[in-house]
Design a binder for this molecule. Sequence first.
Ligand SMILES: *Cc1c(COP(=O)(O)O)cnc(C)c1O
Length: 407
Amino acid sequence: MSDRFEGSFTQQEPIPEDGITAALDVMRHGRLHRYNLADGEAGDTALLEEEFAAFTGARYCLAVASGGQALSIALRAAGVVPGDPVLTNAFTLAPVPGAIVAVGARPVLVETTEALTIDLDDLSTQIAATPAARVLLLSHMRGHICDMDRLMAICDAAGVQVVEDCAHTMGAAWNRISSGRHGLIGCYSTQTYKHMNSGEGGLIVSDNAPAMARATLLSGSYMLYDRHRAAPPQEVFNGLTLDTPNMSARMDNLRAAILRPQLVSLPERVAAWNARYAAVEEGLRNTPGLTVIERPEVESIVGSSIQFLLRDWSAAAVREVVARCSARGVELKWFGDETPIAFTSRYDHWRYATPRVLPRTDRILAGLIDMRLPLTFSLDDCALIARIIRAETSAVWQARTARSASS
Ligand SMILES: *Cc1c(COP(=O)(O)O)cnc(C)c1O
């Protein structure tokens, strides 16, 4: 048999040396809690917030314990209360409906297009059918950004606030506007498999002062919000402090110290991801039976993973492709599987979200293949991976075509 790929699809890059030095400093002085500050010290968490606000162009930024906590806090800060319906993508990761359920609200799932984005026609239908829904939790799943100009026009006209889940779009943009800056609030994750790595962690950005004051109080600021540097002015907190519960979801200085140098190098890493994405995409183009997802020109992507469709293939044939690639060291994830495997759970696995049947999403997920592109892969690795996928997909496709021609 021909060549095999030997790399690991889950191996991220190490923490940069300046991040390790900064983390050691925090451990040496011992002030890990964000509000534990020496005289005149800002603390890494507050500095990270200030730097991430500048990076996204947002007025305010808040660092929290995880991406999922960022989503729950953002929903509450946007005014979602228990029992509310919250619109969201059917194609996303489980922490998204999880964040809605965590605040006692009810997910209303919206269909998916072949571009893997939220179906804007179905969104309009669901908004009309659910007048009580005041918030859309929009997930830019796997980094695919929908037509944000049209989405915002639909939501603005209906008075629906948009909270963006940018777990896969930190560093991405639509029409030159950073992902996370179109709606009311943008949420990011700094969990190991995202675009900055602190193990766990999250960031929230917004220009809306009352929403960010509520978010700050919700994150567990006690009455120490004056120690933030990217929070709204003190007077915005007046009147909110006694009515906003403490959800205890702060970031700590150790994680922030690891993240600050990664933010500096993020643009470089985005370019490195996109070069890898382009190498795989190029190698997969014009493979019979395989559909590459075309990216609109106005979308600036972060190619930390790649998706393609085996459109309308039988489950058995998709399984065969996945098995043959796996035998050659290429780990593909299939979103069509009956049972949830690792990250690839499907909307109908979220029983707590009481999903309705979504035929268009079902058809897409049945043929949807996903692959991570960690920066530990070289461009040659990416070309080899694409050759393997191309060869194995073509072999299964040709065998099927030959069988149907002879029958
Ligand atoms: C990872 C992820 C989250 C949640 O982030 P955590 O930091 O793991 O809580 C939310 N949405 C999507 C699409 C994700 O991939």
